[in-house]
Design a protein around this ligand. Structure first.
Ligand code: PLP
Length: 409
């Protein structure tokens, strides 16, 4: 009654002597260095991921990193040397971006409900503010007067199309994000009377997409919408940010996104943009795609139990460190993330086991009835595809257990 591994097979991290290697270090050794449960991000994999994008996408495309996927300062610092800009979603992220030494013109700030204080920081920093409402536009203008600084701003548009077959839709229909496309001309009329440096448009339609055709279609729609809206712009459009949405495989049957057709189509879009809006840069912003596969979550087994024939491996950390792997971060039907036992990747014996965290809730599952090597107390459970929406997207205070550490190796 052995089951096939019910997870996406990861191949990015090498295995030596049956032990997973991270950044050239055996996981067992790394675990001696780090206290408690931890996330490890592999510097080389981050570098390779950006190189892979650069190989497949036209050289003229500006690549931004959306920091909310993983705001660890060392990760942001490393990526900021490889990409063309950063997208932040709060004043806290803005601080990390500026600390990393990124020039303000290359930082943009999106997100609904920016507070006056956040907008003040953003104006003072000289970054590009993606205006999500008329209120934000008026506030930014007022702050600019008060500070004697000319704010830089773009308009975030809630597009009149959707990103098809997307994990998370963030555009089309009624949304809290951006300004409805049909209201943008009115907004631009008002903006032209204010002392704001208009930069362009930000059109983000969705996230976690593995279908190249859907992404191509959304990108084309975004470029066409940007061109249409530019007719009412007070000055030439300097940047057109068409979002991202590039997904990574998590579950059985999912395959990595094919970048080649996207790259080819972007050449055509760049030509179109060049003709219609000369001088405008085309920006894409990626979070998960840049960092997701470069990170693992690691937690030790503290107990091994058999309940009515079913094996439970109880780990030190669970959904308090890694909500997404427990299936409670936007999944409709719970599926297993790729999970392994890092210090015995193949193992000698195998068994069907469930990995559960220490929290007193049935939601705290890291692996549900998976085919795993027979593991013991003290072994290291590894969850792959954990570099994005991991620690900072988890309810760390729930049940007051110790937090997890993050290392970049
Ligand atoms: C969250 C977000 C992203 C990143 O999405 P990923 O799926 O991680 O690539 C990009 N842009 C905006 C505006 C976002 O809110």
């Amino acid at each position: 009654m052995t089951k096939k591994p019910l997870h996406f097979e990861q191949t990015l991290f090498p295995v030596e002597d049956d032990c997973l290697q991270v950044g050239g270090i055996p996981l067992t050794r790394l675990a001696l260095r780090v206290e408690g449960s931890f996330y490890a991000y592999d510097r080389r994999l981050l570098t390779e991921r950006v190189a892979h994008l650069r190989r497949n996408l036209p050289g003229k495309v500006h690549l931004h990193y959306a920091m909310k996927a993983n705001p660890m300062p060392a990760v942001v610092q490393h990526l900021s040397s490889l990409v063309d800009g950063l997208d932040v979603a709060s004043a806290g992220e803005l601080k990390v971006a500026l600390d990393a030494g990124v020039v303000p013109e290359e930082i943009s700030f999106a997100g609904p409900g920016k507070t006056l204080r956040e907008l003040e920081s953003a104006v003072a920093a000289g970054i590009v503010i993606n205006l999500e409402s008329f209120r934000e536009m008026e506030a930014v203008s007022e702050i600019g007067h008060r500070f004697g600084i000319r704010p830089r701003a773009a308009v975030r548009v809630n597009p009149d199309f959707e990103l098809k077959s997307s994990g998370m839709k963030m555009g089309g229909g009624p949304k809290q994000f951006g300004v409805d496309a049909e209201q943008v001309p009115l907004m631009l009329q008002r903006l032209s009377k204010l002392d704001i440096e208009f930069r362009g448009f930000h059109i983000f339609s969705g996230s976690q997409n593995l279908n190249a055709q859907s992404i191509i279609e959304a990108q084309e729609n975004a470029v066409r919408l940007g061109i249409r809206l530019a007719a009412d712009a007070p000055v030439q459009v300097a940047t057109l940010n068409i979002g991202g949405g590039f997904g990574i495989p998590y579950f059985p049957g999912e395959t990595p996104l094919d970048l080649a057709p996207i790259g080819e189509r972007m050449e055509v879009l760049l030509d179109l943009l060049q003709n219609e809006l000369p001088g405008a840069n085309l920006v894409i912003e990626l979070g998960r795609y840049l960092v997701g596969e470069a990170g693992i979550y690691v937690t030790r087994i503290v107990d091994r139990k058999v309940s009515r024939g079913q094996v439970f491996l109880v780990t030190e950390g669970g959904l308090n460190h890694h909500l997404a792997a427990s299936g409670n971060f936007g999944q409709v039907i719970r599926k297993n993330y790729p999970v392994a036992v890092g210090n015995r990747m193949q193992g000698e014996e195998r068994e069907i086991a469930s990995v559960v965290g220490p929290l007193c809730t049935p939601l705290d599952i890291l692996a549900d009835k998976m085919d795993l090597p027979k593991a013991e107390i003290g072994d290291l459970v590894v969850v792959f595809q954990s570099g994005a929406y991991g620690l900072t997207a988890s309810p760390g205070a729930f049940l007051s257990h110790p937090g997890a550490t993050e290392v970049l190796v």
